[in-house]
Write a protein that binds this ligand. Structure first.
Ligand SMILES: Cc1cc2nc3c(=O)[nH]c(=O)nc-3n(C[C@H](O)[C@H](O)[C@H](O)COP(=O)(O)OP(=O)(O)OC[C@H]3O[C@@H](n4cnc5c(N)ncnc54)[C@H](O)[C@@H]3O)c2cc1C
Length: 266
């Protein structure tokens, strides 16, 4: 059972704030982490390999420092790590990202199961997994929270807003997973030592033979028009222990209706 897991390095959004003046993310000094959903995708792949044999390859598209999440994946037990990196990938939206990752998966010879997180905690679109599946013409199941493999097919349960759905899916297939699927293992000491020296393979746009019109900013039809934080509403006023008449008069005053001389009732 060969698995490829798509891992995204994301800023720890719990620590990222928007600059109220520039409306840009204040990333300085913010730690980058493995997208939390991807930890569960990796754990699912490791469990499939442990039960059925095969290999787990982790794949990320990002700048050179994205190597960190690949090393962390090796420390947790991944067999092979591939970094897809090139200046021409800069500014990619989800369509260009999916096209690039699909090209890398094709280049690696595909896999029995491709796993993604349900969503990334920074972009939050949940588009990349489904788009990769479409581009590779693979069956896909999203929001998987239970997974079993028998006789060459997967039985998966997916979460809905109001219930669950259990499906069987033939391989090869792409799954996106929720945090309810499993409990990710911690990196072992041996794993950490191995990860420090493990080779990280890199793939560039030229090596992937990608269409230059479909990668990076050129291949990205999405444009961010504005990023903003919602206005903070002031807390409401709570009046207690007032008679209904007094409360009504105070409300009239606040609404600017206190001085009406026409006899109209507020
Ligand atoms: C106009 C525009 C410009 C942008 N420019 C940049 C930029 O210059 N630099 C930048 O970092 N981001 C940029 N982004 C954001 C970037 O496009 C998204 O972060 C990325 O496409 C993934 O989308 P998402 O975060 O919503 O992922 P989701 O679809 O929510 O992620 C779902 C899953 O897909 C997989 N996945 C997603 N992204 C990757 C990845 N890179 N590698 C491996 N697996 C992945 C993971 O398994 C993840 O759990 C830009 C976005 C737009 C719209």
């Amino acid at each position: 059972m060969n698995c490829i897991v798509c891992i995204k390095q994301v800023p720890d959004t719990a620590k990222v704030k928007l600059d109220p003046k520039t409306h840009r993310l204040q990333r300085a000094g913010v730690e980058n982490i493995m997208n939390p959903f991807d930890e569960h995708a990796l754990e699912a792949a490791l469990a499939l390999r442990d039960a059925h044999g095969g290999t787990v390859t982790v794949l990320t598209m990002g700048p050179p420092q994205a190597e960190d999440v690949l090393r962390e994946s090796i420390a947790r037990g991944a067999d092979r790590a591939v970094l897809v990196t090139d200046r021409t990938f800069g500014g990619a939206d989800t369509l260009a990202t999916s096209y690039t990752l699909a090209g890398a998966i094709r280049h690696l010879g595909g896999a029995d199961v491709i796993l993604c997180g349900k969503q990334a905690i920074d972009g939050d679109t949940a588009q990349v997994g489904p788009q990769i599946a479409e581009m590779l013409d693979l069956p896909q199941v999203t929001s998987v929270n239970r997974l079993a493999c028998e006789n060459g097919h997967l039985t998966v349960t997916r979460e809905h807003e109001d219930g669950y759905e259990t499906l069987t899916v033939a391989l090869p297939a792409l799954l996106t997973v929720t945090k309810n699927l499993n409990t990710p293992r911690y990196p072992s000491l041996m794993g950490k030592m191995k990860a420090r020296k493990a080779p990280i393979e890199t793939l560039t746009a030229a090596e992937l033979n990608l269409d230059a019109e479909r990668i990076g900013i050129k291949g990205s039809p999405t444009r961010v028009r504005r990023v903003y934080t919602p206005e903070v509403r002031t807390q409401g006023i709570i009046w207690q222990d007032l008679t209904p008449e007094t409360a009504a008069r105070q409300l009239q005053d606040i609404l600017g209706l206190g001085g009406r001389k026409d006899g109209a009732q507020a």
